[in-house]
Design a protein around this ligand. Sequence first.
Ligand code: ATP
Length: 243
Amino acid sequence: MIPKDHPRYRSLVARERLARCAREGVVALEGLAAHGRGEAFDYLIGERTSESALLAARTAAAMLLSARHAVISVNGNTAALAAREVAALQQASGADVEVNLFHRTDERIALITRLLEEHGVRVLSGTAERLVPLAHDRGLCLPEGIGDADVVLVPLEDGDRCEALRKMGKAVITVDLNPLSRTARTATLTIVDELTRALPAITAACATLEPGERDRLIASLDNTYLLRAAIDEMRERLVHALE
Ligand code: ATP
């Protein structure tokens, strides 16, 4: 039992949950390593949502609400950390949810689908086809899901798939604490924030954006500016760390 007053309570709870989900097969062991990389960057950003991340989250809400067909692509880490937050975002944005895995087996797809459904997510089902030009199994997707989407939210993604989705003409929104990752630099829009803070921020924005504001946010989207702002934030914290 982790004491609630532990200074790293949130982080320890997340680790505990990921470890449990890894034992159950929801999270791949490689997913634990990816989480560790994320934690390090979260330390650098001060474990809080920056102004620029909030602007990115509002822009993400605008893109999801304005999409012809928005799909949220969920992997093992996202399901383990944020199933409830995905359900709330689906409710607020009307997006479809599809499970997409690097380490894909029918058993893991079923496990993750069940976990999401237990938290109130409606998960697309069907027969996946290799529609995204990638050799590994992340290329598999549903023709009526990611295959048809014009906007895809892919949290905690790897660079190859992000790039392949972009080449297919889709707008890609990602959540990635590492502003230097290939994903962060290839996505249409990158929210440099921790997943369990970023998804509620997008959900909250879905409820408050005016139609005019949606168009303004989309028209002024500048991902290089957002990435630079995140790097500046981290640099400032490093420069003043020991003061
Ligand atoms: P790329 O291929 O894009 O360069 P990568 O090889 O780092 O990235 P992965 O190993 O798949 O890609 O890691 C996924 C990314 O998700 C990492 O950049 C990590 O910083 C980030 N990440 C991990 N956990 C979280 C989290 N809880 N919230 C936000 N970002 C996270």
